[in-house]
Design a protein around this ligand. Sequence first.
Ligand code: ZN
Length: 138
Amino acid sequence: MISYDLECKNGHRFEGIFSDYSSFCAQRDKKMIQCPICDDSHIRQLFTGCSIQGKSSVKKTAGKEHPTVLESLKMIEQFVKDNFENVGKDFPDTARAIYYGMEKERNIYGETTREEIKDLVEEGIPVLPFPKNDKIEN
Ligand SMILES: [Zn+2]
């Protein structure tokens, strides 16, 4: 099972649980996913963005010599969680504030949308998106 952070056309954010990514896409395309607040079925997936703007070097994580792609992704996600500050839904505003010198330089991550990431990148702000795939443990 995979949980995704989702947002409806009216900006309500909620969590959806699916067996895998393709079942999420199929349900979304058939408009079977509805916002629990307003029943809107124009659903989009939220992404976790991370922004590397700190000058100080972060500690190296000990890893295997030949990790698989999935292991690498997990290492990156864990690395971000260990070394970056979670600013949650303030991610786009905070990334901008740091970039323009209104807040102290640091590495952050948080919730964002593909559109917000695109806007940040177009402004020249260093941002990396990665899909938020929280595996649910039984
Ligand atoms: Zn809604």
